[in-house]
Design a protein around this ligand. Sequence first.
Ligand code: GLU
Length: 318
Amino acid sequence: MSPARPDQSPVTRLAPSPTGALHLGNARTFLVNWLLARQHGWRVILRIEDLDTPRVKPGMIERTIETLGWLGLDWDDGPLVQSHDLEPYRSAMRRLAERGLVYPCTLTRREIESAVSAPNEGDHEIRFDASLRPAEIPRCFDGEATNWRLIVEDGRVSLDDAFRGRVDLDIAASVGDFVVWTKRGCPSYQLAVVVDDARQGVTEIVRGDDLLDSAGRQALLYRALGLGKPPRCCHLPLVRGDDGRRLAKRHGDTRIDHYREMGVPSGRVLALLARWCGVDAGDSVSARDLIGRVSFDTIPREDITFRAEDDRWLTDGV
Ligand code: GLU
């Protein structure tokens, strides 16, 4: 599983989770990822992240791919659909187990919670305290129907984020030993991403900054698996509703497909996404015409707010 880089050109990935349809927020991130790739000559891989998510409804994968195409985004390789072959993830688990870095864990949420004094407010993830580790760490991965956790040693992880600069994370203090294999019999998001980024030779990651904390966990997994340096990452501010929360159903139907079904042309959707990247593209623009116009200098440093007038502007005249 050493990084496969037949040529030395940088590689990035578009990695949608086909669980909910693509909305204006994640479409903006995909657009920026694609524009940077096309501007700088990175190879683009499409990867469908359908593991460790709520059930993927039939047809969702095809629909996600179709919607990216409607926006004018393309890719050079893929799609790789994670659920089609779990062997690479099992093999990573075997390697982690041989190194004594993972262990099975059957503790319930309540048991884990009671070991930490006060979980941070609003945390949906509870910290797993090192005192809860078993006394014996097995050297073989032999139970796929159990959660397995990675041993997280104390210490900080430093990331050099291409958009935010240096970021220091303390994974032991924030989440502790985190799950790398789930009792549903599949790798966790964290493990799947690392295995795939490594085997696909990914060198550039562009995604929303809700995943910044995950980048720290992924760096630890890179190290634990002996995969060398993790890809360069870039975490972009998110699009939020006017209540400050991450764009979601509660803010109305902001799915790309919703606007498409209403007859809004893709050029208009892209013009709004471009505006959210600091580029005035008028009423309509193609993805291709935006290449070279969006950069880290144009993208606002703060989160974007989706407002009712944005929705009105999109649907005006249809
Ligand atoms: N599949 C994730 C998402 O759609 C992206 C994961 C990643 O970029 O690492 O949010």
